[in-house]
Design a protein around this ligand. Sequence first.
Ligand SMILES: C[S@@+](CC[C@H](N)C(=O)[O-])C[C@H]1O[C@@H](n2cnc3c(N)ncnc32)[C@H](O)[C@@H]1O
Length: 401
Amino acid sequence: MGHASSCFISCGRITGYLSTAGLVSISVSRLKLAHKQLRYVREKVRMAKALAIVVALSKGQAAIDLGRNMHLIDSSLGVSLRDEGLCIPLLRRPDESESKHLSLALGPFRIEEREFVERGPTHRTLIEALENRLPPHLLTVVPKSLDIIGHIAVVELPSELAPYEELVGNAILETSPSVRTVMAKAGIFSSDYRVRELRLIAGDDNPVTRYKEHGCTFELDVRTVFFSPRLSHERLRVASQVQPGETVVDMFAGVGPYSILIAKTQPESMVYAIELSPSAFKFLVSNILTNRVLTNVKPMMGDSREVIRSSLLRTADRVIMNLPGKASDFVDVACSSLKEKGGVIHFYSFESATNPKEAASAKFKERIEASGRKMESILATRVVKAIAPYRVQVAVDALVS
Ligand SMILES: C[S@@+](CC[C@H](N)C(=O)[O-])C[C@H]1O[C@@H](n2cnc3c(N)ncnc32)[C@H](O)[C@@H]1O
């Protein structure tokens, strides 16, 4: 810890500390730092050292968005602008797979230790904002993370906080400047459409939002479709494997986050995006138009089993099966959609936390072989996220012949 005279900038979601050298070399107008947002802090401020992603300024927002999705960013410290680029404070060093995807999305970057300004009281954490407002014993059950989808925060509140949900919702509005609506998870994912009941606890009652990820924009209604920002890294991992000329079948496309990202990052591919839910399909079509990928994403409404049987047999180089609760029931269909020579299937499944990769791989292999095809090799396995205590979502990529 140390102290320094300093100057904060605030530009949308980027809030930072400018060294004198930074001020001399970087044009304030080019950075779109609105004049009224430039705030000089003349008193001494508290400093702390942390690991940082050091990245070109033009990639700053992308680095912050991706880092947030990977739960890497230390939001108690301010981003800083220096001659070398933007320095974004981290909670931990990214692992090998995260580093690979950061480099795919951002180009060159470095991870190095830097000194940062500690954020002031206007940037309090949720727990800090609730101190002195909640009974002290309940501070330990305040959620540590939120899903932020555009202007909407979705939070999982333990039952002990039910009497205080409005208070917690308002504290989320206070501490997350981009959030205007706070909803609490109010049930498990139900129906084939994988929709979860949500209850408004603070802010505007507006469930339709626009969310940006890896340069794509998705409009969606959080009350009628499935969407998880926690899959952002996984989507980039899959999209980055698609080669020019490939045909991809996205069997459970939702509002299009895999299909559209693939079409954008690999314009020489053709993606068939199948979706059963009328609401998700409506957003899928409008997102295809918004992201200008009409020539290489074909939306197809219906049950993927029937759509593939009628139109997509022996077509695909790659199949994506993002319906973890039921994907194993569809492995035969995915296999029938692969070209005669074979291809890659990205399979997802929910498993208990003991040996989840092995369990998912064994189930997948058994289903491939039952359908008369062969699992040549497993290309990758990954625990994507925890979904409940002792339950995780697993991804298995396999080459099938
Ligand atoms: C877990 S969500 C994944 C959506 C999307 N891939 C994403 O990452 O946001 C699964 C999606 O599959 C759709 N779905 C469920 N059963 C289906 C089926 N038999 N055929 C086509 N789509 C289906 C649901 O409506 C839902 O939108």
